[in-house]
Design a protein around this ligand. Structure first.
Ligand SMILES: Cc1cc2nc3c(=O)[nH]c(=O)nc-3n(C[C@H](O)[C@H](O)[C@H](O)COP(=O)(O)OP(=O)(O)OC[C@H]3O[C@@H](n4cnc5c(N)ncnc54)[C@H](O)[C@@H]3O)c2cc1C
Length: 427
């Protein structure tokens, strides 16, 4: 059988030791079959196990193979579209519920790390950096908005103050969120997988779900086995393919790329990011960066359609890094990789049920480290019969991408080009 390894990333090269996990080669009966061992699947599995469910996780490749093991590692609060957008598009009760949940994912991550002693270089502090005065104005409104929902660890920074936390001359100011922060994303996923197993859950790797037989007790088929369950949670996100055709039309996989420098040494690393906060700028096609535990700069940027090989990725992302930090011009790039996130037209998560027993959550559109951890909790609540918070997400409206499956990529590339231009000219 084909064996799918991790892509060659800094994270795979610095992953904590993890036991080999078998492929499913027999038939299993369980309460919940989770498809996908990224944060959505693992967080769901953990909350379900903690509430007495039996759980089997099927992973097509390896734990954290998808976005969860390749991302920028930034713990960013709220959703890819903020609560004010939600408030304008849904009723007050639903908006209130979604607003209250917008800051829960980061707390869940910290609770998980502490409870299960997960070694993932967790650091506090995330910066939103404004390149234009208009973006700074947005951050001022964002602070007021977030404070209205009880989220208070925020500081607005003027040009002088932001220079104390990021050695980059591009910014006119920013906002520091001390409940943001960063992690080694693959090690977080591996730690969560170990926690799942410590509670009696089973994870099969190299075990893609290839078919779902729907019905009262649905069955998930893999190439060499099957899982009969009371419930299924579909958590394959951008890597799901067409397993559940209903989900494909309203979401679209998009690639984003990351590079990692050689270790910079303490002095150079500290001169760039003295407090070791992570940073993302406020552009629509944003750049994001942070230091790793061993003092490399991990830098990701933009959405590039179709750039796949590492040389190509370095050619695209390195100039962005040098624009922010020209002082790194002689520094070598050790790793370059790509990963897929799942975009929806509204950029809000796509959540729901198919029939009574198939649940899904996907499509957090770029910012998903915190949301996916919340999603696990909300999915577990729904399976326990408390669906109010789940329904607040499930009732969000979603629309198909213009152009359908065939033309949605060129349409979205056109959209990205348009927003790139807006970023460039400061609109
Ligand atoms: C390069 C990159 C950088 C990012 N940076 C950030 C960031 O800094 N901060 C932030 O908040 N968000 C970031 N994101 C987004 C964030 O990583 C994702 O939103 C989040 O990890 C999604 O988690 P998930 O579990 O839903 O999906 P994934 O992590 O993609 O997991 C899905 C899993 O399902 C498996 N799977 C798929 N189909 C099947 C099947 N049929 N059978 C079995 N298994 C299957 C896949 O192999 C995969 O392991 C980034 C994303 C990328 C790609």
């Amino acid at each position: 059988m084909a064996h799918t390894p991790y892509p060659e990333s800094y994270y795979a090269a610095s992953a904590n030791t993890t036991p080999p996990r078998p492929a499913l080669q027999h038939d299993v009966e369980t309460d919940v079959c989770v498809i996908g061992a990224g944060y959505t699947g693992l967080s769901s599995a953990l909350f379900l196990l903690e509430n007495g469910f039996r759980v089997t996780v099927l992973e097509a490749a390896k734990v954290g193979f998808g976005a969860s093991g390749r991302n920028g590692g930034q713990i960013v609060n709220s959703y890819s579209r903020d609560i004010d957008v939600i408030e304008r598009s849904v009723g007050p009760r639903q908006a209130q519920l979604l607003g209250q949940m917008a800051f829960e994912g980061g707390r869940i991550i910290r609770e998980r790390v502490a409870k299960y002693n997960i070694q993932c270089d967790l650091k506090d502090g995330g910066v939103f950096a404004a390149i234009t005065a208009k973006q700074m104005g947005h951050l001022e409104s964002q602070k007021r908005l977030w404070e209205r929902f009880g989220h208070t660890q925020l500081e607005l920074m003027d040009q002088k103050r932001i220079r104390e936390v990021v050695a980059c001359d591009q910014y006119v100011g920013g906002m520091l969120d001390m409940s943001g922060g960063h992690i080694h994303p693959l090690n977080l996923a591996l730690g969560e997988a170990a926690a799942v197993e410590s509670l009696g859950g089973t994870i099969y790797e190299q075990s893609p779900a290839v078919r779902i037989e729907r019905g009262t007790n649905p069955v998930v088929h893999t190439p060499q086995g099957k899982v009969r369950a009371k419930f299924i949670i579909v958590a394959g996100n951008a890597y799901l393919g067409n397993l559940v055709p209903e989900l494909a039309a309203k979401s679209m996989p998009c690639g984003t790329q990351v590079i990692t420098t050689e270790p910079l040494g303490d002095a150079l690393a500290k001169s760039l990011l003295p407090q070791d906060y992570c940073v993302e700028d406020c552009n629509y096609l944003l750049d994001y960066y942070r230091l790793s535990g061993d003092k490399r700069l991990i830098f990701g940027g933009g959405v590039v359609y179709g750039a796949r090989d590492p040389a190509n990725i370095e050619a695209i992302i390195r100039p962005k890094m040098l624009k922010a930090f020209p002082q790194l011009k002689d520094v070598k790039i050790d790793y370059a990789w790509t990963g897929n996130f799942l975009l929806t037209l509204s950029r809000l998560p796509q959540v729901g049920r198919l029939g009574d027993n198939i649940y899904y959550s996907q499509g957090c559109s770029g910012h998903g480290v915190t949301y996916t951890h919340l999603a696990g909790k909300v999915l577990a609540e729904a399976l326990r019969g408390q669906a109010e918070r789940f329904d607040a997400f499930a009732d969000l409206p979603h629309y198909p991408f213009p152009g359908g499956q065939l033309l949605r990529t060129p349409f979205a590339a056109l959209g990205a080009w348009y927003y790139g231009l807006r970023d460039k000219f400061g609109y």
